[in-house]
Ligand binder design. Structure first.
Ligand code: MEV
Length: 307
């Protein structure tokens, strides 16, 4: 039996704009999804994936992997394990896709470079959900904190350490969001008001690169300021919600450097950047307005073999 795990992700800045070719900053989280795989002799593919909300990602990854590597087998058994709940929007679908492909390649001794893994995983995800920039797949493969653009291009791997002097607090609204639906709504808005939406995306892209420069200098106060500006543009796009706004406002009022929604919006999570000594105060502020603090660490390792 072989086990491979891949991490979930958190979008730090640049959501939505990244779907249209602009850069984003994404980090891999400590929540991981593992896939155990073995070859059987029963001519069946058995999948036991209770933590995955949609097992079509596993089915499709097996199809794509076997086709790409010309694999014939006498049966496969796959089981998933996870330490994260798929309700937070941490990317269980992309993590399971990457882990499944990596496990198949390893089990059948196929050579696998990260570009090929990305392309196969991205193809798999697009076949199922139709839209997406692939930023979550890049986080699952490379880990760490990366500046990413659509198509698998990693512009930079950042040495940001947001687990020591500064911390990231994650607050869940309690409302699950449906990313493909929101991405399609933004596509419609972009068709109706191309100039306005493009202007917003360009402004977000500028903020992403400015935040990268500030973060490289450990100027976290400035990174926080850019996160707040990013949130203003996301609000303009119409993807923020009242609950997200209340939680973001509470975090900022309690002294965070900055706060914003993370991901597609419409619910799910917000993030706040804070000095570590203020972390507890920010967490309390989020809880006091009805948010749920999700304890995660970030900047974690990408896909790996567990045993
Ligand atoms: C969703 O977590 C982030 C979006 O930018 C979609 C994507 O990049 O695939 C809204």
């Amino acid at each position: 039996m072989l086990t491979v795990s891949a991490p979930g992700k958190l979008m730090l800045m640049g959501e939505h704009a990244v779907v249209y070719g602009y850069p984003c900053i994404v980090t891999a989280v400590s929540e991981r999804l593992s896939v155990s795989i073995e070859e059987t002799q029963d001519e069946k593919i058995t999948i036991d994936a209770p933590q995955v909300k949609d097992t079509r990602f596993v089915d499709q990854a097996i199809i794509e992997g076997c086709k790409a590597w010309n694999i014939t087998h006498h049966g496969l058994r796959l089981t998933t394990h996870s330490n994260f709940s798929n309700c937070y929007g941490f990317g269980s679908s992309s993590a399971v896709t990457v882990a499944t492909l990596y496990a198949i390649a390893t089990l059948f001794k196929q050579s696998l470079d990260t570009k090929m893994l990305f392309d196969l995983a991205y193809q798999t995800v697009l076949a199922i959900q139709g839209v997406g920039s692939g930023f979550d797949i890049a986080a699952a493969i490379y880990g760490g904190t990366i500046v990413y653009t659509k198509g698998g291009k990693i512009l930079d791997q950042l040495a940001w350490d947001l687990n020591n002097d500064v911390s990231l607090v994650v607050g869940y609204t309690g409302m699950k969001a449906d990313t493909p639906t929101i991405v399609k709504e933004i596509a419609k808005k972009k068709e109706e008001q191309p100039e306005r939406v493009n202007r917003i995306f360009e402004a977000i892209a500028k903020l992403v690169m400015q935040a990268k420069t500030a973060g490289d200098k450990k100027d976290w106060e400035t990174v926080g300021k850019f996160m707040n500006f990013n949130q203003e543009y996301l609000r303009d796009l119409g993807v923020s919600t009242e609950k997200l706004e209340v939680m973001i406002h509470a975090a900022n009022k309690a002294g965070a450097y900055g706060a914003k929604l993370s991901g597609a919006g419409g619910g799910d999570c917000m993030i706040a950047l804070t000095l570590t000594e203020k972390k507890k105060i920010i967490e309390q502020a989020i809880i006091s307005v009805g948010g749920i603090v999700v304890p995660v660490s970030i900047h974690t390792e990408g896909v790996r073999i567990e045993q």
